[in-house]
Design a protein around this ligand. Sequence first.
Ligand SMILES: [Zn+2]
Length: 203
Amino acid sequence: MRRLIAIAALSLLTLTACENNPASRPAATPVEATSTRALSADDPSLEPPALEKGVGIQSALTQFVDAKDRVSLTPDEWKKRLDEKEFYILREEGTERAFTGDLLDNKDTGIYACAACGAPLFSSETKYESGTGWPSFYTPIQEGRVGEETDRKLGMARTEVHCARCGGHLGHVFPDGPDPTGLRYCINSVSLDFVSTEDGGKK
Ligand SMILES: [Zn+2]
């Protein structure tokens, strides 16, 4: 009997492992953009919405820009909007030093929006401690919010992730994350603005 239980437990483990294999996950369905609008640095749609205190994450999400909205700014307009460090990471695919980001240990409830264009990217509900020194999430907040591209800059293939709305560089995604996706979205704090759904504030 004990042996039977062991076999059953083992098959369950194998099954779970297969489900978590990122290679077998269905390809993300891209959300089709309506059109790409050219904006200036002070366009109000580039700011995340001011939320009411205590609003739930799902309800807060409906107040952000539509997933189909795509925008472009010239490098000069981005420079007006972003400081030097933000421009380097978001527009030139830089990386902040590990363990230096101000959102690394943030445990408040809310939405992580793109620091460049205000689009919602990640939820506090999927943030976890990866021990890598960068804020880590196991999935984006919604289908179509985060785009992927192959990055061969370090002489190996990595998957770069960016904001689907403005193309701003966020970080990379690796297949060593926790359940239920098995993915680790390793994101620069500089690329994110945290909008609390508890007190409505922005960090
Ligand atoms: Zn963006």
